[in-house]
Ligand binder design. Structure first.
Ligand code: UD1
Length: 417
């Protein structure tokens, strides 16, 4: 299994380009199931998760062109096998995003339950509840959701909690339903908006994406479209946090600053100087960061996917920070690994108390999930000596060209095979 060796202690300098958003690309690829026409995507990141989604869609009969320069064309002329098997769903939970489109297009779907994962239980009850309200019959048997329907009917769905993929699944299903659907307590994440933009380009009638009430007027069929995936706000935030922790001066091109207000605010509080020029973000950090407390929340609150990175920053900050995780119940695995590097962190329920230390020391650590790994990379960049991160397949799932981008900023990073 590949490892990453980082020799820390160098400030980051230079310019890199932000990739397309993983969490927008995955649902948008699933939208291809809703039409027999071609969906041409641009700015698709080259990632393990994108390859896994491509494999899943190909199994169902979707024709996929090669992925070149961020472009990929998908065409579901017919869907031969509307199933998502356990082997794929267990490696990537976002596979559950095929459920809504398959039901809408084929009237049936068999999708494995995702099961637990390193960061918590992550049930899919809200996806099921919404589709049932739209007239689907869903039996959960032998670890699979077996769903059937004639044509889905529009419905009013009030979600019990804010779920991103739940909102996306229901929004996609509703595009082809009979009549109108109202999704209340919908997720407001920018990736939901990007998906709505792509669906609208395909002919869907959607209003309110980006607010907590989304109205979808069902249409009889959708057409093809061309769509450029939005920039990855979590990747952007990760590099910004790395500079805020390690120091230096960096420019990130091709970003969407308006989608990461909460992160930018925390980085300013930590002492970073930020300059926004159109789609570029400049960051400069000259001193040791100040501790910044935070609480994760659905968008526009502070993203849970940025929590580990800010914990790494706080590990070497001046002062003590309280980090409260409200979205996932078991998302502090990185705290134990950061302690191996010398961080002082104590966990009390869903709050981590991080007392900043002046220096971290390199050590061997284990990546446990995607964003936890990003936190460890940041810690490795500031630690003295060498940090070896094991199980970096987690990073390959969600960060395009991570070593290349870090090397371009002057970091000493090597992949050990
Ligand atoms: C998405 C993101 C992930 C991010 C998360 C929260 C994708 C592909 N992944 O994941 O990177 O960390 O949003 O911003 O976009 N829940 C239920 N029942 C449900 C659905 C969710 O109880 O039916 C709970 C979950 O257990 C969790 C919370 O709701 O506690 C939020 O989860 P959700 O927004 O659904 O996360 P994902 O969409 O899986």
């Amino acid at each position: 299994m590949d490892k990453l060796r980082i020799t820390g202690g160098r400030p980051l300098e230079g310019e890199i380009r932000v990739s397309g958003a993983k969490n927008a690309a995955l649902p948008i690829m699933c939208a291809a199931l809703l039409t027999e026409h071609a969906l041409a995507l641009e700015n698709v990141p080259r990632l393990m998760d994108v390859a896994t989604m491509a494999k899943l869609l190909a199994r169902m009969g979707v024709e996929l062109g090669p992925q070149r320069d961020g472009r990929i064309e998908l065409r579901a002329a017919r869907v031969s096998d509307p199933q998502a098997p356990y082997e794929l769903v267990k490696t990537m939970r976002a596979s559950v995003l095929v459920l809504g489109p398959l039901l809408a297009r084929c009237g049936r779907a068999r999708v494995s339950l995702p099961g637990g994962c390193a960061i918590g239980q992550r049930p899919v009850d809200q996806h099921i509840k919404g589709l049932q309200a739209m007239g689907a019959n869903i039996a959960v048997e032998h670890g699979y959701m077996d769903a059937r329907t004639e044509r889905l009917r529009g419905a009013r769905v009030v979600m019990d909690l804010v779920t991103v993929t739940g909102t996306e699944n229901l929004m996609m299903a509703a595009t082809l339903a009979e009549g109108s659907t109202l999704l209340e307590n919908a997720a407001r994440e920018p990736e939901v908006v990007d998906l709505a933009r792509c669906l609208s380009a395909m002919g869907a009638k959607i209003q309110g994406a980006g607010s907590d009430v989304i109205r979808i007027e069902g249409v009889a069929s959708l057409g093809g479209a061309r769509h450029a995936v939005m920039p990855d706000r979590i990747e952007t935030g990760t590099y910004l946090a790395a500079v805020a922790a390690a120091g230096g001066k960096v420019r990130l091109a091709g970003a969407a600053p308006e989608t990461l207000e909460a992160t930018l605010e925390k980085l300013r509080e930590a002492g970073a100087r930020l300059a926004l020029e159109g789609d570029a973000i400049g960051i400069e950090m000259a001193a040791r960061p100040r501790a910044v407390s935070l609480r994760t929340a659905p968008y526009p609150g502070f993203a849970t996917d940025m929590q580990a990175q800010l914990m790494a920053l706080n590990a070497i900050a001046r002062g003590t920070a309280l980090i409260t995780e409200t979205i996932f119940e078991n998302r502090f695995m990185h705290a134990l690994e950061l302690q191996r590097l010398g961080a002082e962190i104590s966990i009390q329920g869903n709050t981590a108390v991080v007392s900043g230390v002046e220096r971290l020391q390199g050590a061997s650590v284990m990546a446990t999930d995607l964003r936890a790994s990003a936190g460890l990379v940041i810690a490795g960049l500031v630690a003295e000596g060498q940090t070896v991160i094991e199980r970096i397949y987690h990073l390959d799932r969600g960060y395009e060209a991570l070593e290349g981008k870090l090397a371009a900023l002057g970091a000493r990073v090597e992949r050990l095979r």
